[in-house]
Design a protein around this ligand. Sequence first.
Ligand code: NAP
Ligand code: ZN
Length: 353
Amino acid sequence: MTSCLGYGAREAYGALAPMHFERRALRPDDVAIDIAFCGVCHSDAHQVNNDWNNTAYPCVPGHEITGHVTAVGPEVTRFKVGDRVAVGCLVDSCLHCGPCGDGEEQLCEQGPTATYNGRDRQTGETTLGGYADHIVVREPFVLRVPDSLDPLCAAPLLCAGITVWNPLRRYEVGTGTKIAVIGLGGLGHLAVKLGVALGAKVTVITTSPGKVDDALKLGAHHVLLSSDVKAMQGAANAFDFILDTIPQRHNTNPYLMLLGRNGKLVVVGAIDLLEPVHGGLLIRNNRTLAGSLIGGVRATQELLDFCAEHRVLPECERVEMGAINEAFARMQKNDVKYRFVIDMETLREAAAR
Ligand code: NAP
Ligand code: ZN
């Protein structure tokens, strides 16, 4: 066992505070990683706030982790001490079922082990995430950070990036595909950049007039304000694919009507009940309403390599560990452009205060 310093919450809506806990001793196929950066995902706040009614406390969030290897177990073959590595939302799965065999460990039939608030497959203990100085992860779930990717900027790719990359690839978004991204936040801004890099015509649908210029700077070709009823009606039937990143319960009907023939609307944000879907809207134009859950290890590595090659980088605001509660509050007030990333260099000093 090694002693670990992290930041966690002890109760729903509790402030994140310094916390000491143990990481397991290395198993034969484990990699120990010193954490350099960890992105702040809206899911971290959902989990801390017990929005999904499944949080075990204490809760140490964080699943957008980059760092370097400090030790490896005797069966580890792909990594050595010093390697630049990353960890996303998953730290284990059965590795034997159909989805795992297809590289979709997030859909493991026995249930994947999440990086935080998951259940260790051997001890049953609750997993604790990346708002911490180090982490121990089974080798198949460790990713390689390409040399040309800055580890701070790479962090948001591990959750926000893969969550939008997976549906973009699954629905074959490419040259000339007309796509819309609803919500210009952590996930949404990466969907814009990746959509543009894949050759799509990208429209941002936002609630925030103040983000219009940003959306265009990020590469979007058009912007729609969702409050502008006339503009929304004017975009009826316009898109092949829509990615919906809204983090709250909402009505999808005004967005479904924007899909053209065989169009797909993929929900990745709200896990609350959606407002009733109008069947006629689905039936007309052969529309599909779908969902998507993060992505597997292989696709995440493909994304990291794609971003290194195409210079697709998240827009990050570095935060100190001691400012994490302000960062959570700002994220929940929709005041982040476009992803907070915690610099773990600041952890020890913040905890000593
Ligand atoms: P975020 O950075 O807070 O961005 C969400 C964006 O949605 C906001 O920037 C805002 O964009 C828009 N928005 C916020 N509240 C809204 C409302 N009430 N109505 C309409 N639009 C609203 O969050 P994120 O980190 O991108 O995460 C987005 C959601 O995806 C969260 O619920 C998160 O838990 C979830 N998630 C899902 C997966 C998955 O596997 N499916 C993975 C990661 C995260 P505008 O200002 O442009 O309107
Ligand atoms: Zn996340």
